[in-house]
Ligand binder design. Structure first.
Ligand code: ES4
Ligand code: ZN
Length: 307
């Protein structure tokens, strides 16, 4: 199997239904159902928001440092089996702080699991864009005592109506702290969101970015500046950003000379980990081994940590 880096995976999105049930029982939390298959049956999404509603609901089972340890350990084990040598992992502190779970618990559990794994890993702190810029700045300031535990900041959650430009100030603070910067843009939002992420947030990678292909000037910019795009094909299908894998624009992005990478996003919800995404591209889109080798090389070139 190809060695690769994974640059777009939300740790909360690796929470498999089996672990939801186990943690709910351990923490004595009520669930609508304790039937794993019934939980999985709900994963039939119409769009990004319908996914996020269930994703945030399930994260409520994560309470203790041990819970976060178990979550990250399970992901790193699965990633390793899928050829991942290095992972830059998103986490959503606001999804936990809002439930009374402290940063100490979150960082403690995640970093302990990372230390115990032989997969190289680093954390990227994501702001939930639908909660606004003021809360993002509060979270960043609260996380600065843990500065050594994360390498960068990102922007995720509901995209449309929450443009990157709103987050200029908090990304400026992050830059001054020497943090790397990424943002989800061009998943459901248009090319204008990608422009703003580049020009206003000074991001170094674009997460998703598939809709950048609607703007030839933007494509030229991404190519000329070699800005990597962390594309998530199975996610795009499951969230109906594209009608089917056969319609995915990823091969055209590669043909345009863009630095494309392939990633799993929220593998517990979207039907596959990273190698499952590579395999689907080969089997359903007919991508060649040479193309997939290029994508795997890109993943190491695009990573913030050299491995
Ligand atoms: C996400 Cl696929 C996606 N898009 C935006 N925010 C997210 N958080 C977790 N998965
Ligand atoms: Zn994502």
């Amino acid at each position: 199997m190809r060695s690769k880096a994974e640059l777009h995976v939300h740790i909360e999105g690796t929470l498999e239904p089996e672990l939801v049930v186990e943690l709910a029982r351990r923490n004595r939390i009520e669930l609508p159902t304790f039937d794993v298959e019934a939980i999985r049956a709900r994963y039939d999404f119409a769009d990004l928001q319908s996914f996020l509603d269930i994703y945030y609901e399930n994260t409520a089972v994560l309470r203790t440092e041990q819970d976060f340890y178990d979550l990250a350990a399970a992901y790193l084990g699965r990633a390793r089996a899928q050829g991942v040598r290095h992972a830059e992992i998103f986490f959503d502190p606001q999804a936990h702080l809002s439930r009374g779970v402290s940063l100490e618990v979150v960082f403690g559990g995640l970093t302990a699991a990372m230390k115990d794994s032989d997969v190289s890993a680093a954390l990227i702190l994501c702001f939930l864009r639908d909660r606004g810029a003021e809360e993002a700045e509060q979270v960043l300031r609260a996380a600065l005592p843990y500065r050594d535990h994360f390498i960068g900041v990102g922007l995720d959650s509901a995209e449309v109506g929450h443009p990157p430009s709103l987050f200029r100030h908090v990304f400026d603070i992050a830059a001054a702290e020497g943090l790397r910067r990424v943002a989800h843009a061009g998943e459901e939002g248009g090319p204008d969101y990608v422009w703003e992420a580049l020009d206003i947030l000074r991001v170094e990678r674009i997460d998703h970015g598939i809709r950048a292909m609607e703007d030839p000037r933007l494509v030229a910019r991404l190519r000329d500046e070699r800005i990597p795009l962390t594309v998530c094909p199975l996610s795009n299908v499951r969230l109906r950003a594209v009608p089917s894998l056969r319609d995915h624009i990823l091969p055209a992005m590669l043909d345009e000379g863009l630095v494309v990478t392939v990633n799993s996003d929220d593998p517990a919800y979207f039907g596959g980990y990273v190698e499952d995404n590579y395999r689907a591209l080969r089997e359903e889109l007919g991508m060649t081994d040479a193309q997939l080798d290029q994508i795997a090389r890109n993943s190491f070139d695009a990573s913030f940590v050299r491995v």
